[in-house]
Design a protein around this ligand. Sequence first.
Ligand SMILES: [Zn+2]
Ligand SMILES: [Zn+2]
Length: 206
Amino acid sequence: MHEVPRQREYTFRVSHIVKTPYTVPVFDLLHRPGEMRERELDIVVPEGFGNAVIQVPTGGELHVDVRMESLHDGILVSADVTGTAVGECVRCLIEVRLPIEVDIQELFAYSEDEAFDYQVHEDTIDLEPVVRDAVVLSLPFQPVCQEDCSGLCPQCGVRLLDNPGHEHEAPVDPRWAALAGLEGLTGAPTNDVDGAESSGAAEEKR
Ligand SMILES: [Zn+2]
Ligand SMILES: [Zn+2]
């Protein structure tokens, strides 16, 4: 259903500069060394990005304070990027929201020479790759909900921070548990319910 518009957009991209929320016009700075402009961008992220465990989600917001200085060979961009990254605590798996705060400084060159990573295109610059790279680099690979998160109980999976003092009785010997199961099949009487049944039965055996 979306095949046709996407293809059209691609064709458009080849022949023109596509304006995105990251595109900044610089026509009033071109080849005017010494000129300086400041802008603020509030970007609603069109396509989420990040690493496997934490991302700036699609529809998330980035605030970018941009300062652009016209130099002889291009436009020097300095920017502060702030926003919120959303991910999962690698220990207990609850949602984690982390503030993003990164500084960027890059030259957007007039030259098409590949020696420059970024170029001025017509009369615009595209901050997207610069912002994305800097933000992705700043994201943790092991986000945690708090530094002392002790994760999940390896036996039952409850979040230990929510259950202080959580512990289990000594684990049931699997051989006893199997016997208890057999007794259950032969109709041995038990007042225990469900999960407690096997440990209760094992208890009687001791
Ligand atoms: Zn956690
Ligand atoms: Zn547990």
